[in-house]
Design a protein around this ligand. Structure first.
Ligand SMILES: [Cu+2]
Length: 420
């Protein structure tokens, strides 16, 4: 592929799109004009926007036709790494290159590491001649797996070089913007001190040898290497079993080269960063049970669904404004699904129903193949029709998507389960 010119779909001509950097509390105004041959929108993944700014056709706004425009105008309430991408034909449009990071700095940031990098992980699917692979290649069988790109990218590049100084902590804010691929980060010679994730800093740091990032998830990690000056380390992504095909037909990917500067090592201990987070009370919470399913139509094609019902035919989950819900998500399929909820952060619960420590705000959680996940969420504000879906975008487009209708408390607003 070297030397081939590839036509991608981009925001402002860059892949990824521009890093939008704000301070938490800032008002952000983005004028979006659509020069694509298809309708599109911009969804602000993880940002607690009003429903009108969420970028979902019908639920939020009409889609923006070719030649059309739309102004996004909202306050970014929380500090953290977020990202933006279309919510129309998402597998195709994200896969073609439409994604970018939105970093909201905390004006009172306690981390204090100036060597601060944003890493946008993704991939792109190219044919031998350098053209973009058709997003429906391989039919619904490929959809059932979730099509991955042929080339892994870090900030739009193949195996870029990042420089660090031996002994000096470096802050990595990472987003997995790939349409299907899971990344299991491994930097032999260094560990990851995870200090936060989807919704900003977590309760306490945790040391990890590997970092798993499913599509849509973010990590805020401190990386300190003691490698000798002048040497190099390789950040790689290990195999992860997210279902049939993901181990058999995949290889370890080399993501970037970490070049250790030819400077005397320093000895700076990583800062002990924490954040006080209150566990969401589950007293009086409503239970919601959903099952992620894969079905086959009479013509043999595959279709994902929630409780056996694909998105196009599904009824919403209902929530009263201020209601707390505990979601039990079962996965009866042979592939894992990173489930993303729009508009609200949740806390993941363990098997006993207690919030996983250290406490952290999440908007995307992995539901392992033939496994389950549980979380507690409070729909405390911002009524609207909010999406939840698998962030393997082929799966979402293939039916693995639903809506939570958050509305004011009325007698007829009775809680129901989704389904037909
Ligand atoms: Cu999925």
């Amino acid at each position: 592929m070297a030397g081939r010119r590839v036509t991608a779909w981009t925001y402002n001509g860059g892949l990824p799109g521009p890093l939008i950097r704000v301070r938490a509390g800032d008002r952000l105004i983005v004028r979006f004009s659509n020069a694509l041959p298809q309708p599109s929108t911009v969804h602000w993944h993880g940002v607690r926007v009003p429903i009108e700014m969420d970028g979902v056709p019908d639920a939020s706004q009409p889609d923006v036709p070719p030649g059309g425009s739309f102004t996004y105008d909202f306050v970014v309430p929380d500090a953290g790494l977020f990202w933006y991408h279309p919510h129309v034909m998402s597998a195709a449009q994200v896969g073609f290159g439409l994604y970018g990071a939105l970093l909201a700095d905390d004006p009172a940031d306690p981390v204090g590491i100036e060597d601060d990098v944003v890493l946008v992980l993704s991939d792109i699917a190219l044919m031998e001649d350098g053209s973009l692979e058709q997003p429906d290649s391989g039919g619904t069988t490929a959809m059932a797996f979730g099509r991955e790109g042929t080339h892994v990218l870090v900030n739009g590049r193949t195996r870029p070089t990042l420089r660090a100084r031996s002994g000096a902590p470096q802050r990595w804010r990472i987003v997995n913007a790939a349409k299907s691929r899971y990344f299991t980060l491994d930097l032999r010679g260094a560990t990851f001190t995870l200090i936060g994730g989807d919704g900003g800093l977590q309760e306490a740091p945790v040391e990890h040898q590997f970092l798993l990032l499913t599509p849509g998830e973010r990590a805020d990690a401190i990386v300190t290497t003691s490698a000798a000056p002048g040497t190099q380390l390789t950040l790689q992504s290990l195999l992860h079993n997210r279902g049939f095909g993901s181990v058999e037909f995949r290889t370890v990917e080399q993501l970037l080269t970490l070049e250790i500067a030819d400077l005397p090592p320093v000895s700076l201990p990583p800062p002990q960063v924490g954040r006080s987070i209150a566990p969401l009370s589950t007293a009086g919470a409503t239970g919601v049970s959903i099952e992620l399913t894969l079905g086959q139509r009479s013509n043999g094609t595959f279709e994902y669904g929630i409780n056996g019902v694909p998105f196009a035919k599904a009824r919403p989950i209902l929530a009263r404004l201020g209601e707390t819900q505990i979601w039990e998500v079962k996965n009866s399929t042979k592939w894992s699904h990173p489930l993303h909820l729009h508009g609200f952060f949740f806390q993941v619960l363990d098997e006993q129903g207690a919030p996983v420590r250290p406490l952290a705000w999440k908007d995307t959680v992995n539901v392992p193949l033939e496994g389950s996940a549980r979380f507690v969420v409070r729909f405390d504000e911002r009524p609207g029709a909010w999406m939840y879906h698998c962030h393997i975008l082929d799966h979402a487009d293939g039916g693995l998507m639903g809506t939570v209708l958050v509305g004011p408390s009325t007698p007829e607003h009775v809680h129901t389960e989704p389904g037909s």
